[in-house]
Write a protein that binds this ligand. Sequence first.
Ligand code: PLP
Length: 338
Amino acid sequence: MNRSELTVDLGALRRNVTTLRRALGRAELWAVVKADGYGHGAPDVARAALEAGASALCVATVAEGLALRRDFPDRRILVMGPADAADAREARLELTIADGRIPEGVRCHLKLDTGMGRYGLSELPEPPASVVGLMTHLATADTDVSFAERQVELFLEATAPYAHLTRHAANSAAALRLPSARLDAARCGVALYGLSPFGSDPADDGLEPVLRWQSRLAQVKRLDVGESTGYGRQFMAQSPTWIGIVPVGYADGFRRDLTGTEVLVDGERRRVVGTISMDSFAVELDRELPVGSTVVLLGDGLRAEEHARVAGTINYELVCGIGAGSTATRADRKVVDA
Ligand SMILES: *Cc1c(COP(=O)(O)O)cnc(C)c1O
């Protein structure tokens, strides 16, 4: 094993797709695999999601779309961010139009701003023939249901004359808990990966985390009273204390603000102490353990949502930072189908 090992479980991803499709009923599930599949590896998760019944892929950029087009010559791929039509046309990517001219010869989705206050048209023009879909994006599907429902109402009103086009508004949170937003298709990202869009336990919505991250103790030592570990001497032993050093740090995506979170050492929850370095961090032990003992950073019941809470961020940002799909990642990567 390298310094750490990431495991992407496509079986779990397929089961999450099934859970979402069951919630969605007749609405299609479109798999959002931007940012390299939320750090999990876009080609692998895209393949598994399509096999499990997703009917299109969604990305943020044309470059992401072009990369996927090589692996999936015949699948629908929607670019959700601003893009140049000329680049998209040849690769048969579908485009999101949020302002300006509507291009011809490329399948377009008109995006209406109903309250996100970001990309989007403030009024819907008469859709020309190149338009196949109408969409909006919800600002509060995870936090404020009544505002989200208001956005859906505005969207339905504005798009009523064009109900023959594919209308889509829902993200993961809306797909799971906001029936009025499901419409013709839902663009689901975070839930595919078994992460909760609500920052709660994914199991509450029948979701299973896809990513597991494991390392081991590289060194074990005893600190005497008054001795410290790491930069700035932020953790000082109040009594004789065993600590383990884990060869993973913020350069691997184990962020500096994760001090205080827990990891599983030999299956038991232990607290991360001291300043997290670029390549290592320390964990407080209750006894001397052998070097090489397993340390689970994510998975086996240790959830990204817990780490996110400690770091004052969201699970989305955490997994994107680990970059399990990137060839530049410093961890070994394994794809399984359990
Ligand atoms: C990222 C994104 C989604 C997916 O959101 P999740 O919360 O991850 O399901 C849906 N629609 C748009 C426009 C997005 O940018």
